[in-house]
Ligand binder design. Structure first.
Ligand code: ADP
Ligand code: MG
Length: 247
């Protein structure tokens, strides 16, 4: 599946550009003037201790929260006025840290829902089955989603996100709680997105996965970006070491 044609046609500069993004909860500053860019097709790792603002940044990008200051642009569009569903149509998809499929529906039906919403497919069932094959879940198509193992739940969550044909896929801790072999399965799904031209922002604590996945790593600590660069250099950054070893 190609990314949304709209996005390709308008592409100059970065796919996503966050500039000075700030988010406060009462007097607490969860994101403090964060600058971040992602290029088309790039694989970006976003790391940081718990509570450093990673999911809040994802929420601001996907539109489930509004940033208080700063700007977010995606493929040349100002995201500020756009509701979450409009951002999905522009090509931003995310998986949630806590999977939330419709538990009583089958795996196949869960993937049909976003496809029907996109109203772009003549044969929704075939398309849904292709998506399940892409994430290695076709054999479970008729299972109830509520009965899935944790790793299969993660795969379903990714299939649902990919169904909107994103140009940017944001995976928020899609590997949490998985065994090393299961981590590799999810990693393979995310790595394969690159061949489809999809940029992926992976938020993850499992460093082995972050290092294998990322072309670039961004580090948030207490709402501030403290490092942004190639994985090796970032992990040798003293401020990053302090943030991790100090916790
Ligand atoms: P991370 O994903 O890096 O673990 P989060 O973005 O979830 O961190 O949270 C960053 C900080 O913002 C935390 O201190 C968290 O308690 C706070 N926070 C997140 N969402 C809310 C909210 N809806 N209301 C109040 N505080 C929040
Ligand atoms: Mg989080």
């Amino acid at each position: 599946m190609a990314p949304a044609a709209k996005v390709e046609a308008r592409m100059t500069g970065p796919l996503l550009a966050a500039d000075g993004v700030t988010k406060r909860f009462g007097g607490f500053v969860a994101l403090d003037r964060v600058d971040l860019s992602i290029s088309a097709g790039e694989r970006l790792g976003l790391i940081g201790p718990n509570g450093s603002g990673k999911s809040t940044l994802v929420n601001c990008i996907s539109g489930t929260m509004r940033n208080d200051a700063g700007s977010l642009r995606f493929a040349g569009h100002d995201l500020r006025p756009l509701a979450p569903h409009r951002r999905i149509r522009l090509g931003i998809a995310r998986s949630f840290q806590i999977p939330r499929p419709f538990a009583s529906m089958t795996v196949l039906d869960n993937v049909c829902v976003p496809l029907l919403y996109a109203a772009r497919h003549h044969d929704v069932i075939a398309e849904a089955r292709a998506l399940l094959a892409q994430v290695g879940l076709l054999a479970r198509a008729d299972a109830r989603s509520g009965e899935l193992t944790q790793v299969d739940m993660r795969k379903l969550e990714l299939a649902r996100a990919i169904a909107s044909r994103p140009a940017l896929l944001i995976a928020d801790e899609a590997m949490a709680g998985l065994s090393p072999a299961e981590v590799d399965e999810v990693l393979a799904i995310l790595l394969a997105m690159k061949e489809r031209g999809v940029a992926v922002m992976m938020i993850e604590h499992i460093m082995r996965a972050v290092m294998r996945f990322s072309e670039r790593v961004v580090v948030l600590v207490a709402g501030r970006k403290v490092a942004d660069g190639p994985p090796d250099g970032v992990l040798r950054n003293p401020e990053v070491e302090r943030a991790y070893l100090g916790h």
